[in-house]
Design a protein around this ligand. Structure first.
Ligand code: HEM
Length: 267
């Protein structure tokens, strides 16, 4: 039987080979826990996947559960990690904004910020979240396949065609964003609201039927980490040249140098 043709180099030494090896480690880790999760009383997502049944009344297979958990890890963990990494990169490179943000965090009289604090009580934190995701969306684009012929912006697209929209390109459109290459969180302030000019202008979480289900969770997680790190520490680059360092975009946005940072306690 003919084998599927793949241009991927899978042999040892290639990055893809390393990736597959990592995948197998995670698969084993997940598979070994399915039985315990299925009969335990856990309230976590993994336990729910293990206890859920399909239309025929059977548990989902080990492979289905493993694939689903791997997707969730990728969708939830890697994206938020990328966002936080790029936040640290931008804050290390913009000390004045970092100091202003720290002042706003210190104005909150609480050891642990509440849901309300993170939701709307610290506007500068919210603008930072939005500006980081505008400049460096962890998912730079989304892909779809047309199910019937259609017209998109004057282009006729046949059925069964892959279509990709670029989130990052949209986030840099000069006709909407003022100086899009500049880190400027205040563009999201009530006075400016640049992102409100179009429904899909700021779209780091996608849009439509498959819009991110973890968007609010990511928002809270991002802000909690920044709150805890920045309230009592100043973050700076280990070396000033990092500010212009190379950024990698695949599979997730991150600085090529792995972002060595120095945390300085701020009494
Ligand atoms: C900063 C963090 C995050 C970013 C930038 C992000 C981005 C996205 C984007 C762009 C999509 C749409 C993909 C598409 O339309 O093809 C998506 C979907 C999804 N995200 Fe997120 N995400 C983040 C965090 C999370 C978290 C924390 C979770 C779970 C707790 C999560 C779970 C999902 C899932 C399950 C989908 C698929 C939804 C579907 O296909 O119906 N994401 N995410």
């Amino acid at each position: 039987m003919a084998q599927p043709v793949s241009s991927r180099k899978t042999g040892p030494g290639f990055l893809y080979h390393k990736g597959l090896k990592g995948r197998h480690v995670l698969e084993d880790f997940i598979r070994q826990r399915i039985e315990k999760k299925r009969y335990g009383d856990g309230n976590d997502m993994f336990s729910h996947f293990c206890r859920e049944k399909n239309e025929a009344g059977d548990y989902f297979s080990e492979q289905e559960i493993t694939d689903h958990m791997l997707f969730l890890l990728f969708a939830a963990h890697d994206t938020t990690t990328s966002a936080l990494t790029m936040a640290m990169h931008l804050l290390a490179g913009h000390q004045a904004w970092q100091a202003e943000l720290r002042q706003a965090l210190r104005a909150i009289d609480a050891e642990t910020p509440s849901f309300e604090h993170l939701g709307s009580k610290i506007p500068l934190l919210d603008y930072t979240f939005k500006e980081v995701l505008r400049m460096y969306p962890p998912v730079p684009g989304v892909i779809r396949r047309t199910i019937r012929p259609c017209d998109i912006g004057g282009f006729e697209i046949p059925a069964h065609t892959m279509v990709s929209t670029s989130i990052s390109a949209t986030h840099y459109l000069e006709e909407y964003w003022q100086k899009p290459k500049t880190f400027d969180p205040m563009r999201f302030s009530d006075a400016r609201q640049e992102h409100k000019q179009h429904k899909f202008l700021w779209a780091p979480f996608g849009g439509g039927g498959h819009k991110c289900i973890g968007m609010h969770f990511a928002d809270m997680l991002f802000k909690s980490v920044l709150f805890n790190v920045l309230k009592n520490h100043r973050v700076r680059f280990a070396d000033a040249s990092q500010a212009d360092g190379k950024i990698l975009y695949v599979p997730f946005t991150r600085p090529k140098d792995h972002l060595p940072l120095v945390l300085i306690p701020e009494p």
